[in-house]
Design a protein around this ligand. Structure first.
Ligand code: NAP
Length: 309
């Protein structure tokens, strides 16, 4: 029987693991199918993590976190939790290969995945020119033109990153104002090779067997269609939470969630189910910052220790 099962190995899950083990819990397992680190590892530049003065990649920022946790006894299971149920006081977790675990408490910290924008050609060319990760795929477009779709922090930060290796970046956004932080927008406006293409909707991404050849956008007021013949199209239009493990057989969720599927928690990261906690981007009102996810993980762990006590 585990004292605590942590689902997800991003900043929230890792920090919870660190605080829980260092705080005295003996049997703590973090379930993470891939390398721990979370979605931030696909961010190209982090400049707002406190104390981290040099601009580093998400991968570099997260590199040492797992090792620090393991020093205090956190175990890492490379498994994907498919389902969590509660029977009496005990949680039952089932992995995708049907292995079962029992735990006294559970922390869900699965975060979110990039959302698809929903235009023609997006799915067809995903991985063949359409991407949601500039650090992973930007390299393929070195010296070439690319399009970035979106108007939030992710889109603008990644457009700036791509502008350093690509000959030109078209920043395509459906409105003429952005959601991103003013300093990030200012930074983008200084890049000589970023062209803002605003007030447009994406008509389609087109190409052939070899991959994407371009993207067509339509001006929302004039209806004019513009063809941007770029072989790379990067989509940053927000994220969807990964709450599938909480889904029960009858389609309901194990605990209360809001209309976007985000887990409802209180200030102690407690869900509506005693012993079940949520931290990081999966919870309501998450600011979606590494430092906040880490803070959530610590808050959850401190309260889990108290709950078990
Ligand atoms: P976001 O802030 O939700 O922005 C998504 C953008 O995509 C919006 O501009 C939205 O347009 C646009 N969009 C949404 N659906 C679309 C569609 N179907 N077609 C075309 N455009 C669409 O998402 P994000 O940039 O991924 O950021 C998520 C959160 O993480 C935010 O809270 C952000 O502040 C945070 N974040 C912070 C940092 C940092 O601090 N360094 C870095 C990255 C992300 P509208 O504006 O018209 O809705």
């Amino acid at each position: 029987m585990l004292d605590l099962a942590i689902i997800g190995g991003g900043p929230a899950g890792l920090t919870a693991g660190l605080y829980a083990t260092r705080g005295g819990l003996k049997n703590v397992v973090m379930f993470e199918m891939g390398m721990p680190g979370g979605q931030i590892t696909s961010s190209s530049e982090i400049e707002n993590y406190p104390g981290q003065i040099e601009v580093v990649s998400g991968m570099d920022l997260m590199m040492k976190w797992p090792e620090q946790c393991q020093r205090f006894g956190l175990k890492h299971e490379m498994a994907q939790i498919e389902n969590v149920t509660k029977v009496g006081d005990i949680f039952k977790l089932t992995t995708s290969d049907k292995k079962e675990y029992e735990a006294k408490t559970v922390l869900i910290a699965t975060g979110s995945v990039p959302r698809r924008a929903g235009f023609k050609g997006e799915n067809e060319f995903f991985g063949k020119g359409v991407s949601t990760c500039a650090t992973c795929d930007g390299f393929f477009y070195r010296g070439k033109e690319v399009t970035v779709v979106g108007g939030g922090d992710s889109a603008i930060e990644e457009a700036i990153y791509l502008s350093k290796m690509c000959s030109k970046v078209y920043l395509v956004h459906r409105r003429d104002t952005y959601r991103a932080a003013p300093s990030t927008i200012e930074h983008m406006k200084h890049a000589q090779n970023i062209e803002e293409v605003t007030n447009v909707t994406v008509e389609e991404v087109y190409g052939d067997m070899s991959g994407v050849q371009g993207i067509k956008v339509k001006h929302k007021e004039t209806g004019e269609i513009r063809d941007l013949p770029t072989p790379g199209v990067f989509i940053f239009v927000g994220r969807d939470v990964l709450n599938a493990p909480l889904k029960q057989e009858d389609g309901s969720f194990l605990c209360d969630v809001n209309e976007a599927g985000e887990v409802i928690v209180d200030l102690r990261m407690r869900t509506s189910v005693p012993g079940l906690y949520a931290a990081g981007d999966i919870r309501i009102d998450a600011p979606k910052q590494v430092v906040c996810a880490a803070g959530d993980g610590a808050t959850a762990a401190v309260n889990i220790i108290e709950y078990l006590g």
